[in-house]
Design a protein around this ligand. Structure first.
Ligand SMILES: NC(=O)C1=CN([C@@H]2O[C@H](COP(=O)(O)OP(=O)(O)OC[C@H]3O[C@@H](n4cnc5c(N)ncnc54)[C@H](OP(=O)(O)O)[C@@H]3O)[C@@H](O)[C@H]2O)C=CC1
Ligand SMILES: CC(=O)[C@@H](O)[C@H](O)COP(=O)(O)O
Ligand SMILES: [Mn+2]
Length: 387
C-alpha cells in the first residue's frame, strides 16, 4: 500500500535548518512534500525554493520584497503572503500535517502557538519558543494533543534515548556542549574577540545567532530551559558537560544508574529527518561515525566563571517565571549588537544581567505578560546599547 506523504510547512526555510530540511525532503520524495515555505528577507532563495518544491503558499515577511516575489512566482500556483501577521495566517491553514519551526528567535513563538492551536504536529528547532513561554506552549500542546518533537540535536538525542522508556523515571539528563571556539579561554582573551572569530564554530555550521550563543555558552543555557519544558524536568535534573568532539549528542541517566546516549557525527540532517519521519527511521547516505577515526571522546566541567551567560541561564532556569523570557530578549539584542561590532564579547553578559535585574519579575505570567516582558527587556537593552 502506498504511504500518504507528510505535508510539511517550513517556517524559516531560508535558514540553516530550513535548507537542510529541504535537502531531506528532496532525498525522500515518497515520504514528504512541501506545503508552506516562509522567509524573512531572503526573497531570492525563497523564490528558488518555491520553484523547486511547488508549495501551496510562501511568506516573505519583509513587505519591501513582496512585489518581487509575487512577480517571480506569477506563472506558478504558489500563493504569496507578506508581513509578520501572515506567518500566523498561514500557520492556521488546514492543508499541512507538520510545522518545522525553524525561524530564529522570539519571532517563532506566535506562529508555533498558532500551529498548535490548529492541531498540527511540531518539529521544533526554534528553542527560543520554549525559553520565552515554555509552560504555555507545552500546556497548549497537551490540550490540543499535538506532539512537539525536538530537532535541536541534544534534545533529539534525549528524545531518542527515551523511546520505549515511558514507564521509567529519569534520574537526570546530561546535555553535551562543544565548548565553542573559545573553550579553555579566559576573560582577558575574550575581552578582545571579534565576530568573525566567534562565528567559527569548531563542529557545526549554523546560523549566526546560534553560533554566537554557542561561543558564549548561552546556547547551552537556552537548551537547559528547553529541556525542562520538553521533558518535564526539575532544574537539578539537568546537567551540562563539555564534550569537545560533539559525537555524543546528549545522555539520559535512569533510576538504576544506567546511562543511555545517542551518538553520531555532528550533522543536523539526522535530527531534522528523525523529527519529520518519527516514529519511522529512514535510510540515508549521511557520513557515518567511525570509531577508528575519532577514537578519543573527552569530557570537562563548564567554566561558569568565564562563560557567565551559562550561569545567568542556570539562575533563570531556577527562578523561572518571566526571567528566561527577559534573558532571551536581552540576549537577542546583545547578540545582534555584537554581530554589528557595537558591543564587545563580554559586554553581552553585562547587558543581559542588567536587563534581568531591571525588568519586573512575574512568577506566573500570562501570554500577554510574556510578550510585555519581552518588549520591555528589548527596549531596556536597546537603551543600554544606545541603538
Ligand atoms: N542551525 C542549526 O544547526 C541549529 C539551529 N537550531 C535553532 O533553530 C532555529 C533556526 O536556526 P538557524 O537555521 O541556524 O537560523 P538562520 O539564521 O540560519 O535562519 C533563520 C531563519 O528564520 C528566518 N527569520 C529570521 N528572523 C525572522 C523574523 N523576524 N521573522 C520571520 N522569520 C525570520 C530567516 O529568514 P531570512 O534568512 O529569509 O532572513 C531564516 O529563514 C534557531 O532557533 C536555532 O537556535 C537548533 C539547533 C541547531
Ligand atoms: C547543532 C546543535 O544542536 C547546536 O545547538 C549545537 O549543539 C551547538 O553547539 P554547542 O554545543 O557548542 O552549543
Ligand atoms: Mn543544540
Amino acid at each position: 500500500m502506498q504511504q500518504q506523504k507528510k505535508r510539511i510547512a517550513i517556517f524559516g526555510s531560508t535558514g540553516s535548518i530550513g535548507t537542510q530540511a529541504l535537502d531531506v525532503i528532496e532525498a525522500n520524495p515518497d515520504l514528504f512534500e512541501v506545503e508552506i515555505l516562509t522567509a524573512h528577507t531572503n526573497d531570492e532563495l525563497l523564490v528558488q525554493q518555491a520553484i523547486q518544491f511547488n508549495p501551496n503558499a510562501v511568506v516573505i515577511v519583509d513587505e519591501r520584497k513582496y512585489e518581487k516575489v509575487k512577480q517571480a512566482l506569477a506563472s506558478t500556483d504558489v500563493k504569496v503572503f507578506t508581513g509578520e501577521q501572515s506567518l500566523e495566517e498561514v500557520a492556521a491553514f488546514d492543508t499541512y500535517d507538520m510545522m518545522l519551526a525553524a525561524i530564529v528567535g522570539f519571532a517563532g513563538l506566535k506562529p508555533t502557538l498558532k500551529a498548535i492551536e490548529n492541531k498540527k504536529a511540531i518539529a521544533l528547532a526554534n528553542k527560543e519558543t520554549l525559553v520565552v513561554a515554555g509552560d504555555i506552549v507545552m500546556q497548549k500542546a497537551v490540550e490540543n494533543r499535538v506532539p512537539v518533537i525536538p530537532v535541536d540535536s541534544e534534545h533529539s538525542a534525549i528524545f531518542q534515548c527515551l523511546v520505549g522508556e515511558a514507564r521509567n523515571k529519569i534520574d537526570k539528563i546530561i546535555l553535551t556542549a562543544s565548548g565553542g571556539p573559545f573553550r579553555g579561554r579566559k576573560p582577558n582573551f575574550l575581552l578582545n574577540v571579534k565576530r568573525d572569530h566567534a562565528l567559527q564554530h569548531p563542529n557545526w555550521s549554523m546560523g549566526a545567532k546560534i553560533t554566537i550563543d554557542s561561543a558564549t555558552l548561552m546556547n547551552k543555557g537556552l537548551e537547559m530551559i528547553e529541556a525542562k519544558w520538553l521533558f518535564n524536568l526539575a532544574p537539578e535534573q539537568i546537567q551540562v558537560v563539555i564534550h569537545p568532539q560533539s559525537i555524543i549528542h546528549s545522555m539520559v541517566q535512569f533510576e538504576d544508574g544506567s546511562i543511555k546516549s545517542q551518538m553520531g557525527l555532528p550533522d543536523m540532517k539526522l535530527p531534522i529527518q528523525y523529527a519529520m519521519a518519527f516514529p519511522q527511521r529512514i535510510p540515508n547516505n549521511f557520513p557515518r561515525y567511525d570509531f577508528k577515526k575519532i577514537n578519543t571522546l573527552t569530557f570537562e566541567e563548564p567554566d561558569l566563571k568565564t562563560f557567565r551567560n551559562l550561569a545567568l541561564a542556570i539562575d533563570a532556569l531556577a527562578k523561572g517565571g518571566n526571567l528566561p523570557c527577559i534573558m532571551n530578549a536581552a540576549n537577542e539584542i546583545a547578540v545582534w549588537a555584537f554581530l554589528r561590532n557595537r558591543v564587545g564579547f563580554l559586554d553581552m553578559t553585562d547587558i543581559i544581567e542588567k536587563a534581568m535585574n531591571h525588568v519586573k519579575f512575574i512568577a506566573k505570567p500570562t501570554l500577554d505578560e510574556y510578550l510585555e516582558s519581552d518588549a520591555e527587556a528589548r527596549n531596556y537593552t536597546a537603551s543600554l546599547i544606545q541603538m
